[in-house]
Write a protein that binds this ligand. Structure first.
Ligand SMILES: Nc1ncnc2c1ncn2[C@@H]1O[C@H](COP(=O)(O)OP(=O)(O)OP(=O)(O)O)[C@@H](O)[C@H]1O
Length: 274
């Protein structure tokens, strides 16, 4: 008789689930938009969300960042139900937008600093440390020289960098981007994606990005979606650490298997479980 202990029972714990959706549905005034979506995003994964116009991509992101409540199902962020989640500084969100009105009454520094205020702290005294964080975020986006410029006067690509700097000022662990390159030229799009990929590879950050740029998605996240739900397609690239973790688990399993074989005990074969 085979032993019941499986060879995976003592494997190391892989990365934390940063986002998890379980049977999530959403309707606007009885009109279903999202139906029964389930998926998980692990630490340092990069997820590309693709879908036709009106497929519900923005709606899904707005539920994930707590701006809309699912009609059904549950969303968890860093293991906590979204309705109880309080650590919004861990999440940077760049919503979909078109260019701002040239008269928009704020300079770049003010827009980036506003990322520190959080949801319930509209008026907060800006400290020296806050200005330093702002300088760091502007530097990361290569736009230090724009800090005193009125945001409405900048190009679409420059504005996107400002909004990304605003999302980065808290040094978030999760960055959610809704069509970040809409309305910007091909060359700027390329340098933008280059920057995003660099951030994914060199910083401990998880990405969820809506995009219509299939070339970028396929070249970075693979040719085929990892999963589909209705009109939504999820492409995924696991982080190097996730790959390492898979490999570590495999090595751990093989070690356990070898030890059991050497000790003469019966072992369970992977295909025999259940
Ligand atoms: N506030 C709202 N009230 C009613 N219907 C809405 C509202 N917001 C969005 N919708 C509808 O929900 C559907 C999904 O919209 P959503 O913006 O999530 O799609 P999307 O996939 O992001 O589209 P796109 O690629 O065009 O940005 C669309 O049919 C849209 O008209």
């Amino acid at each position: 008789m085979l032993q019941s202990k499986t060879i995976t029972s003592e494997t190391p714990n892989c990365h934390q689930e940063v986002i998890s959706l379980d049977g999530v549905s959403f309707s606007y005034q009885q009109q279903p938009v999202i139906t029964n979506v389930s998926f998980g995003v692990k630490e340092r994964d990069f997820i590309g969300l693709i879908g036709t116009n009106g497929a519900g991509k923005t709606t899904l992101l707005r539920m994930i960042v707590g701006l809309l409540r699912p009609t059904q199902g549950q969303i968890r962020l860093f293991g906590e139900p979204v309705e109880k989640f309080k650590h919004w500084e861990r999440i940077g969100y760049v919503p979909q937008k078109n260019s701002l009105n040239p008269l928009f009454p704020a300079v770049v520094r003010e827009v980036v600093l506003s990322g520190l205020y959080g949801r319930n702290k509209l008026f907060k005294k800006v400290t020296k440390e806050d200005h330093q964080k702002c300088d760091d975020a502007l530097h990361a986006m290569g736009i230090e020289d724009l800090s005193e410029k009125r945001i409405g006067l900048l190009s679409g690509g420059q504005q996107q960098r400002v909004f990304l700097a605003r999302a980065l000022i808290n040094n978030p662990s999760l960055l959610i981007l809704d069509e970040p390159t809409v309305g910007i030229d091909t060359e700027t799009q390329e340098s933008f994606f280059h920057m995003i990929k660099h951030m994914h590879q060199h910083h401990s950050m998880t990405f969820l990005m809506v995009s219509h740029d299939m070339d970028m998605i396929r070249s970075y996240l693979g040719q085929q979606p990892a999963s589909e739900s209705g009109k939504l397609k999820f492409y995924i690239r696991h982080s190097h650490e996730t790959q390492d973790c898979v490999e570590n688990n495999l090595a751990h399993s093989l070690k356990g298997l070898r030890e059991q074989l050497e000790s003469g005990k019966e072992v369970v074969r992977i295909g025999d479980r259940n």
